[in-house]
Design a protein. Structure first.
Ligand code: CMP
Length: 138
């Protein structure tokens, strides 16, 4: 069993695909064991994406992530990290495989509907960024 952090980004909430995204997780062996809606400040978004602080898109990305409500979730399942990444599709929706969340709903490389942890260390950091142990029902 593995855990990963998923975010339905402000564009996903705005487009009304939250339920569809959760349905894809649940029907592919990923269980939601923690969930909440958050309105990140610019500083909170910058902290979350600190690893990307040198990237040219850092300012724009953190403006976007703090522009409206997002839904953060902890997903649990076998190979949850790679399973979630498979369901999301490539970061750039133009390169995402057919049937993936980003292929189906994203229209922009930055506004790409969902975020998912990319490895075990990242997952541990990202889960603890939003949730304490009491909030995780695993
Ligand atoms: P995410 O999986 O949340 O990880 C980092 C985010 O940065 C990524 O999804 C996109 O939202 C954004 N991103 C990555 N590459 C680019 C890029 N080339 N231009 C703009 N945004 C990007």
């Amino acid at each position: 069993m593995e855990r990963t952090l998923s975010i339905v980004k402000p564009d996903g909430v705005e487009k009304g695909v939250l339920g569809e995204v959760i349905k894809r997780f649940e029907s592919n062996g990923l269980r939601v064991i923690a969930m909440k809606m958050v309105c990140m400040s610019k500083e909170q978004a910058k902290g979350f994406y600190y690893v990307h602080r040198e990237r040219p898109f850092y300012e724009s990305l953190t403006d976007f992530m703090s522009s409206g409500p997002a839904v953060v979730m902890v997903l649990e399942g076998e190979n949850a990290i790679s399973k979630n990444r498979e369901l999301m599709g490539a970061t750039d929706y133009r390169e995402a495989a057919e049937g993936t969340i980003r292929k189906d709903f994203a229209t922009d490389i930055e506004r790409n509907i969902v975020h998912g942890s990319d490895g075990p260390d990242t997952a541990a950091f990202e889960i603890s960024y939003f949730f304490n142990e009491l909030e995780i029902c695993g």
